[in-house]
Design a protein around this ligand. Structure first.
Ligand SMILES: Cc1cc2nc3c(=O)[nH]c(=O)nc-3n(C[C@H](O)[C@H](O)[C@H](O)COP(=O)(O)OP(=O)(O)OC[C@H]3O[C@@H](n4cnc5c(N)ncnc54)[C@H](O)[C@@H]3O)c2cc1C
Ligand code: SF4
Length: 334
């Protein structure tokens, strides 16, 4: 690990100023991802700006929105009465992630900015365009079992992107499904980013994970009220039943009137460089009876455009089954 300067500012503005002053500086919250990256020699900030003194930990209802501070711990959010009452899908997704100890350190903002778990990203002896742009991608011709099945083609040319990694978060899959908005504060002021635009596809610049600008601090996440609280399910399929990242995961939310689906929300994790919202499948569910046949049709629609690599074809078979299972459980048919 390299030597670094450490500072713990008292305000968001002072934190942003400290970050902008040093080009390699990084914010640190729970440190559960950043410290690992520093130990592996993947991140080498000359300054760490510790944001844990900022008052960004509140979870509160503000009008029609549930606002969660960026420094709220993953465990606090999952256990919050407000979250359990209003947005239980988020609590389920958080509890599916990591371990109790890590959830007690990890923050909402840090969870959003955790980096991929691609083996080649962590192995500095291997090429990796995300770690070292232009060096190549170890996974494309290598062992790509945990990699993406969507969003791996560049928009302009349709050829394969220079990275096929997936975003590893569980929490973010629920936030994408729930139409959350990210509140950020930066050198140019404050702005709001729709959650589905927060993370980006890799294209030819996979070293950039999100649409955050340099110096921007995540302040909070807003989730609008919805009618999904009664019928939600987060399904995570993984190699071990705990302490493992998703091979595929599904966040499913239904607003049911009797057995008719008024509205649906569906997003997947472990399948793309960003949480993958399944909007066409959501549209196909609207107005239909909540039956296994309806869910099978939606899963077929959801899978359009999926593309497997040498070792992850199983994900293309597993994903529709997971979608059907998550929807059935959300609807109470499971
Ligand atoms: C063994 C292990 C298993 C895990 N399993 C899972 C799992 O199954 N599912 C899952 O979802 N996650 C899992 N995780 C990842 C874990 O959820 C993340 O490490 C954690 O959420 C990161 O939060 P943090 O506060 O510790 O972030 P940090 O490590 O402090 O920071 C991460 C990044 O976010 C930036 N950052 C932090 N806060 C802000 C902010 N407010 N504004 C701007 N930038 C910010 C930092 O600069 C850094 O780049 C696992 C981690 C470990 C170590
Ligand atoms: S998939 Fe992405 S993170 Fe993994 S080796 Fe290729 S470029 Fe690196």
């Amino acid at each position: 690990m390299n030597n670094f300067q450490y500072t713990q500012p008292a305000t968001p503005k002072a934190s942003i100023d400290a970050l902008v002053k040093e080009p390699t500086a990084q914010f640190i919250a729970g440190g559960t991802n950043l410290i690992d990256l520093m130990k592996h020699g993947i991140a080498a900030p000359k300054t760490l700006v510790d944001i844990n003194n900022l008052t960004l930990r509140t979870i509160e209802q503000q009008g029609n929105t549930l606002r969660i501070g960026a420094l709220a711990l993953n465990s606090e959010v999952a256990d919050s009465k407000l979250v359990l009452e209003k947005q239980p899908l988020l609590a389920q997704a958080l509890n599916a992630g990591a371990s109790a100890q890590i959830r007690n350190m990890a923050t909402v903002g840090g969870n959003m900015l955790q980096r991929t778990r691609c083996y080649y990203f962590y192995d500095t002896a291997m090429p990796c365009n995300k770690r070292q742009p232009g060096s190549g991608c170890g996974a494309l011709e290598g062992y790509n079992r945990i990699h993406a099945i969507w969003g791996t083609e560049t928009a302009l040319t349709g050829r394969t992107s220079s990275c096929i990694a997936v975003h590893p978060s569980d929490m973010c899959v629920a936030l994408a499904a729930l139409d959350a908005t990210v509140l950020v504060s930066g050198p140019k002021g404050d702005r709001r980013i729709p959650f589905t635009d927060f993370h980006r596809l890799p294209g030819d610049t996979p070293q950039i994970d999100t649409n955050l600008d340099r110096g921007e601090l995540i302040v909070a996440v807003d989730i609008p009220n919805n009618a999904f609280a009664k019928h939600v399910h987060y399904l995570k399929v993984r190699d071990r039943n705990s302490y493992a990242f998703a091979l595929v995961s599904v966040a499913a939310a239904l607003d049911l009137n009797g057995s008719t689906i008024q509205e649906a929300r569906l997003a997947m994790g472990g399948v793309a460089h960003k949480p993958w919202r399944l909007t066409e499948a959501e549209k196909a569910l609207q107005g239909k009876p909540a039956t296994t046949a309806t869910f099978e049709q939606a899963a077929t629609i959801a899978m359009q455009g999926a593309k497997a690599y040498e070792h992850n074809a199983f994900k293309v078979k597993m994903a529709p089954k997971a979608i059907i299972e998550a929807l059935k459980t959300a609807a109470g048919l499971g």
